[in-house]
Design a protein around this ligand. Structure first.
Ligand SMILES: [Zn+2]
Ligand SMILES: [Zn+2]
Length: 192
């Protein structure tokens, strides 16, 4: 783009494209074609049909994308972790304070591993990094030790519920949603 905006020799620009962009033409053919069209407008790109390539909004978006990809490669978040914690905490303060009223000031508050009520805390869509499965039968959220299980009728339950209903695989059981009769070995573990 820098070359196209300057008054570089068009042949230089074509040479650059051949060397550096041709290897990507199977993925970005349309974009490369547009850039090739730009060569005809070198030095007066802002008057060309491709003028929107210069729009500052596009460049800002590009800078954001690069930052996001770069931080992704480093395994880091694009937002400051402290900001995220404050935002999620502030959003959930009403829920946490009502739970505190229920639990009171008992010592258990510090030692409990999960909240005493079934109540999903809402971290906002921007913080949903993984899909979440909640079993409709026991309302437990799936974990590594209690994964979602796909039944042959295409309904899904958690592992604990499936083993409970099937007496550990000893009996046939009925799907709670459609009454399909199922044996444990017809079920398939899902990964979320
Ligand atoms: Zn369950
Ligand atoms: Zn079913």
């Amino acid at each position: 783009m820098e070359m196209l905006r300057s008054d570089v020799d068009p042949l230089e620009a074509v040479k650059f494209m051949r060397t550096h962009l041709t290897p990507f033409d199977s993925f970005y053919l349309e974009e490369i074609k547009n850039l090739a069209g730009c060569v005809l407008w070198i030095g007066r790109l802002d008057e060309s049909p491709y003028a929107d390539l210069l729009s500052s909004a596009k460049w800002d978006k590009l800078a954001e994308d690069f930052t996001e990809k770069f931080l992704g490669l480093l395994g880091q978040s694009t937002t400051c972790p402290l900001t995220t914690v404050c935002n999620v905490g502030a959003r959930n303060l009403p829920l946490l304070s009502s739970l505190r009223r229920i639990v009171g000031d008992k010592e258990e508050w510090e030692s409990i591993e999960s909240l005493p009520l079934y109540n999903e805390t809402d971290a906002g869509e921007e913080c949903n990094f993984h899909s979440v499965f909640v079993c409709k039968e026991c309302r437990e959220m799936a974990t590594d030790v209690n994964p979602p299980i796909l039944l042959p009728c295409h309904h899904t339950l958690c592992w604990n519920t499936v083993t409970r209903l099937s007496w550990g695989g000893a009996r046939l059981f009925m799907c709670p949603f459609c009454c399909h009769e199922i044996h444990l070995n017809q079920c398939l573990q899902l990964h979320v």
